[in-house]
Design a protein around this ligand. Structure first.
Ligand code: FAD
Ligand code: MLT
Ligand code: ZN
Length: 474
């Protein structure tokens, strides 16, 4: 149990009793309640990385904002702690209870409410699975401006609550820009309607941003409106091999300059990451044997024009000697195969046994050095030390895999990696959030004044601290 391993002192919350369960049963119906006496709650108590394990005895699956409002009002009055949960794909231990918090699953809030066929503005409930939302918007000629490897399980509400980044931030920006409105339920059960159909609305404080990236600690997101861009008629994917990180930097510079407005993704994969993806996911790569690879995607509206740009770019980077091998395609099945190599690195690394994950922002010139430094530090204790991620956003995923969790290796990695990142004025969490696993390190990326202001906001919105305790500010 995480509570024991991390020596967590349970907060001063009430203990769940039979009367509480009866209240919830009368409110949402017994079929929408799971209890550890009769059901297997393991999947709700353990996170994707198997790094946090709680001991919740109760999972609630409400079906409406009103039900969530009544649940929170009751929990707030009773001082029962609650852990909001979307698809449970979060990578910082924020989505599962640490002690015995009630799990509030958003899975039944899965209705798509509207898709405007001219503007692409889409409104839905927060428990819609990202892939399902994207499939529906595509039918109307639009795409969700967010894509990530967990799309088949994560909820759009979970994405908003973590301010997830993913594979296309370089093109569409982050969710603070594309989410137009949210509806949220506060800890005391009050529903705050911040839904909007407009990109431009400069009236007062921009409260919706409080719920984008606050990881279930300030309110439960129940609805949202998101601006979906038009689908691209022409998509190309290039998979390129490079011999040095200097060549990677030059190729990024040239991609930004020469692909410009059609560049929709620019990802880095190093040799150990590619090897993990091939070996553990049983995939094949069109090219192998180089230290670095870049996956570059273009999305535009004119196939001929886009292909001409891509051809010119590839010619240029090969002539310069930066790209030494590669392939490119616009065939959907081939693009998918290339994307799998990148998207499933995360899953592949967990198959090594255990994986220590670091999701950091670093200045480009020092971007890859840390991978080599950590490789030396970890020595034989690591199975693989890998560097991959969203190069175009300066977001490195430094991952260290091993056969099983090793406290010795953990001590070599932390706090070293975070202190190293802080020295370079990077971010200790570029896109995954703080959750439970990174609370100690928040101070490296936020000043004491900023953390105090965050505490004041938490106190204002959740004075009894019932929403996702032990997370973010702990
Ligand atoms: P959960 O994991 O269930 O919850 C995450 C946090 O949000 C928790 O703190 C939870 O309490 C809170 N929460 C969830 N729903 C709500 C709600 N409705 N209201 C309030 N709080 C809520 N992240 C990236 O940024 N970029 C990536 O490229 C990326 N790729 C990934 C690939 C894989 C294979 C995996 C497993 C994860 C990846 N992630 C990535 C992590 C990412 O944070 C999640 O996948 C996703 O955003 C979380 O959504 P979820 O529905 O699973 O939320
Ligand atoms: C990714 O980009 O693949 C995700 O953020 C998950 C990870 O960090 O492994
Ligand atoms: Zn990522």
């Amino acid at each position: 149990l995480t509570e024991v391993r991390h020596n967590i002192k349970r907060g001063n919350y009430a203990e769940l009793n039979g009367k509480d369960v009866s209240f919830f049963e009368s409110l949402i119906g017994p079929t929408n309640i799971l209890q550890d006496s009769t059901d297997d709650l393991q999947g709700y108590n353990v996170d994707f990385l198997r790094s946090v394990r709680g001991r919740s005895q109760l999972v609630l699956k409400p079906g409406s904002t009103q039900e969530i409002s009544e649940i929170l009002k009751y929990c707030n009055e009773r001082r029962l702690a609650v852990c909001p949960q979307g698809g449970n794909t979060g990578l910082v231990g924020g989505s599962v209870p640490v002690c015995d918090e009630i799990v509030l699953s958003l899975a039944r809030l899965n209705k798509i409410l509207s898709i405007d066929d001219i503007t692409g503005i889409t409104a839905c409930e927060s428990g819609v699975i990202l892939e399902n939302l994207d499939a529906k918007t595509r039918e109307a000629g639009f795409v969700v401006p967010l894509d990530l490897g967990a799309k088949s399980s994560c909820h759009i509400g979970g994405n908003i609550s973590t301010n997830a980044g993913g594979l296309r931030v370089i093109r569409y920006g982050n969710l603070h820009g594309s989410v137009l409105g949210v509806e949220a339920v506060l800890a005391n059960g009050k529903v705050i309607d911040l839904m909007s159909d407009f990109k431009k609305d400069n009236t007062g404080y921009h409260l919706k941003h409080l719920f984008i990236g606050s990881e279930g600690t300030l309110g439960v997101v129940t609805k949202l409106a998101i601006l979906c861009p038009a689908i691209s008629d022409s998509v190309n994917v290039a998979f390129l091999a490079l011999n040095s990180f200097e060549a990677v930097m030059q190729t990024l510079k040239n991609a930004k300059r020469h692909l410009g407005e059609i560049l929709s993704s620019c990802e880095l994969i190093d040799a150990p990451s590619l090897a993990a993806s091939i070996e553990n996911n049983n995939l094949q790569s069109p090219i192998e044997g180089y230290p670095f690879y870049m996956l570059i995607e273009t999305s535009g509206s004119n196939a001929e024009h886009d292909m001409e740009k891509l051809n010119n770019f590839i010619q240029l980077v090969m002539d310069k000697g930066d790209v030494v091998d590669g392939t490119y395609t616009s065939e959907p099945s081939k693009m998918l195969e290339i994307w799998k190599l990148r998207e499933f690195i995360s899953t592949a690394l967990t198959k090594d046994g255990y994986c220590f994950k670091y999701d950091i922002s670093l200045p480009l010139r020092s971007f890859y050095d840390i991978v080599k430094v950590v490789e030396k530090r970890a020595g034989h204790l690591a199975k693989r030390v890998t560097g991959y991620g969203h190069l175009g956003d300066l977001n490195l995923h430094l991952n260290v895999s091993c056969e099983q969790y090793s406290p010795e290796l953990y001590k070599l990695l932390e706090p070293f990696i975070y202190e190293y990142t802080a020295q370079l004025k990077g971010s200790v969490s570029a896109e995954h959030g703080i959750g439970f696993l990174k609370t100690k390190y928040l101070k490296h990326s936020k000043s004491a004044e900023a953390i105090n202001m965050m505490r004041d906001m938490k106190q204002l919105l959740d004075p009894n601290g019932i929403l996702n305790p032990y997370k973010v500010l702990y």
